[in-house]
Design a binder for this molecule. Structure first.
Ligand code: ADP
Length: 210
């Protein structure tokens, strides 16, 4: 099964995708994480990410296709952060077609903007494995990842200014993207203000587009 987890910044896409991926035993593929790794050696991408700007469809789609072609994705995956533009809907369809797959389920996470601001300014991410921590779910040892022992850092794009830009970009682009999947009968919108563990039930119970 191919699940897409979508939603604005700090709606908890990463946390919920992780929970779902572990429960279903399929990988969590985050285009943000892929890009943050590339940014370690690519100054241009590093700068764009820090400004909260989208990376070109060409670059991100190529990186995504490479990742989805790996063996661990053959039974499906949870995709987080893609598609983010209208053209990426069709680019994804092409990539999936080559892999003999299609989008099965799309879950949109919604939280009030004020909560997104609060979460984002308080969150840290593991620089090694990408796991996110927040005020409600801190690590056992301060600034050290529970899973891999990596160092936790605040993301360079987690500032008030870039957050506003990222929320605006999401609102501008998401309408048509959601409409596309709604028309296909694949969309479910869930309240992501709390209870992240509910995502497994929310994603797997078949009441999409009701
Ligand atoms: P958030 O949703 O909190 O902004 P992500 O980790 O999903 O966090 O993405 C971080 C950044 O990576 C985005 O602001 C954007 O610059 C870039 N990015 C991620 N996915 C895509 C994509 N599909 N297309 C273009 N840029 C992307």
């Amino acid at each position: 099964m191919v699940y897409i987890i979508t939603g604005g910044p700090a709606t908890g896409k990463g946390t919920r995708s992780d929970i779902l991926s572990k429960a279903l035993n399929i990988p969590h593929i985050s285009t943000g994480d892929i890009l943050r790794e590339v940014a370690l050696t690519d100054e241009d991408i590093k700068e764009r990410l820090a400004k909260g700007e989208l990376i070109s469809d060409d670059i991100i789609t190529k990186l995504l296709e490479e990742r989805l072609s790996k063996d661990d994705c053959k039974n499906g995956f949870v995709l987080d952060g893609y598609p983010r533009t209208i053209s990426q809907i069709y680019l994804l369809n092409e990539v999936l077609k080559k892999l003999g797959k299609k989008v099965d389920r799309v879950i949109e996470l919604v939280v009030p903007d004020e909560l997104a601001f609060k979460r984002i300014l308080e969150r840290k991410k593991c620089i090694q494995c990408g796991r996110a921590y927040g005020i409600d779910f801190p690590p056992v040892v301060e600034d050290i990842c529970d899973d891999c022992g990596g160092k936790l850092e605040i993301r360079t794009d987690d500032t008030k200014e870039t957050l506003k830009k990222r929320i605006d970009t999401y609102k501008k682009n998401s309408k048509e993207i959601l409409e596309y999947y709604r028309n296909k009968g694949l969309l479910k919108t869930v309240d992501a203000s709390s209870h992240s563990e509910r995502i497994v039930e929310e994603a797997t119970i078949d009441d999409y587009n009701l």
